[in-house]
Ligand binder design. Sequence first.
Ligand SMILES: [Zn+2]
Length: 156
Amino acid sequence: MANAKIILPDQQQLELPEELAGTDEALRDALASFVPEIRNAELKRETKDGLMTVTVIKKSGTKGGRGEKNCYRCEKCGKAIITIDHDDGTTPMMIRCRATLNCEGWMMSSWYQNVPNEEPTYTWRKAKPSEYRKASVVMKDHFDKGGLALHQLARG
Ligand SMILES: [Zn+2]
């Protein structure tokens, strides 16, 4: 049985039986625990001389859209926050924990899927010029690529 070649975003290559690589869904399931970002990656297929090659293209951020809710869950304390997109733009895959004071964990995006039906407490919107000026080099780069800034919503 033929193997398909998989090229991961870090250029690592691996081989999988063709039936596992045959559909996007099967491939995502097969690799999700190994390469979590495959859930939201673009899969590019090519068959040349009978050999199937699938290139996994990582997206720099998740794409929601105005009014879309997302959930970020902390890997350390296990708590989650609900966010809502106020503007169109990209949002990061991981953010520092916002659910527990002084928690040093990272929160992972749920890729806008299976979001609990709760009121959002944070909103993603375009950075104001004053925020942009004060931002770090990394954040400026994120904003330059269409990235949004996270803001806490007033409660009540
Ligand atoms: Zn936490």
